[in-house]
Design a protein around this ligand. Structure first.
Ligand SMILES: N[C@@H](CCC(=O)N[C@@H](CS)C(=O)NCC(=O)O)C(=O)O
Length: 205
């Protein structure tokens, strides 16, 4: 049985649709946004420290990120129906579109939403950015406690993706605030190919 922790008016709608397509047994636990802040209720933090939705639970595993949930569930239950064959060109396109929706496509729309709310007496955008940054990076910092890498104690694609986020934190001078991320940044920098990428980036201008 899959459990979906669903927040109203959220990305979690993707997962409801997906679960319906999969024809698997599932249960939805609904949560409702605060009518003033539009944030999720604190109960969601008992499911996962970020307190965001969607989150699914399956066989004791707690899984977040709508893109990862979609990739995981389709690979497990509908690889033959909802994804092109692994290794095909279509599969490559599939991966790009799947991640595009939560990255390149989402960012400008989120900014537009936030800008629309800005100008309010609370100076919404600046406050929101600070609070969210600290929430998300605090979480990463905590997950890196005693670890050299994000997953499986070895370099993976997850670290390569995260390295750019670490770079931006460094540019804002924020690494001191997150000691485990600072250590992680040093660890990533020990990789000869990370160093090569630094040089190549400069070389490419
Ligand atoms: N990248 C995450 C984003 C999760 C996220 O930000 N969810 C929003 C709903 S769309 C949320 O829970 N917001 C409430 C809050 O931050 O308190 C995903 O794709 O699942």
């Amino acid at each position: 049985m899959i459990i979906l922790h669903h927040l109203n008016q959220s990305r979690s709608k993707r997962i409801i649709w997906l679960l319906e397509e999969l024809d698997v047994e599932y249960k939805v636990i609904p949560y409702h946004r605060d009518s003033v802040t539009f944030l999720a209720p604190p109960e969601l933090k008992t499911v996962h420290p970020l307190g965001k939705s969607p989150v699914i639970e399956e066989q004791g595993k707690v899984i977040t990120e709508s893109g990862a949930i979609t990739e995981y569930l389709i690979a497990k239950y509908a690889a033959d129906r909802l994804a092109p064959a692994l290794g095909s060109n279509d599969h490559l396109d599939y991966l790009q579109w799947l991640h595009f929706a939560e990255s390149s496509a989402a960012l400008p729309l989120l900014l537009k939403t936030f800008v629309a709310k800005d100008g309010a007496p609370t100076n919404f955008l600046a406050d929101y950015a600070e609070v969210e940054l600290d929430k998300v990076m605090g979480y990463v910092n905590q997950r890196l406690e005693g670890k050299r890498y994000l997953v499986a104690d070895k370099l993976t694609g997850a670290d390569i993706m995260m390295s750019f986020i670490v770079d931006i934190l460094g540019k804002f001078g924020l690494l001191e605030r997150y000691p485990n991320i600072a250590k992680y940044a040093q660890q990533l920098a020990t990789h000869p190919n990370w160093q090569k990428a630094e040089q190549l980036e400069v070389q490419y201008g």
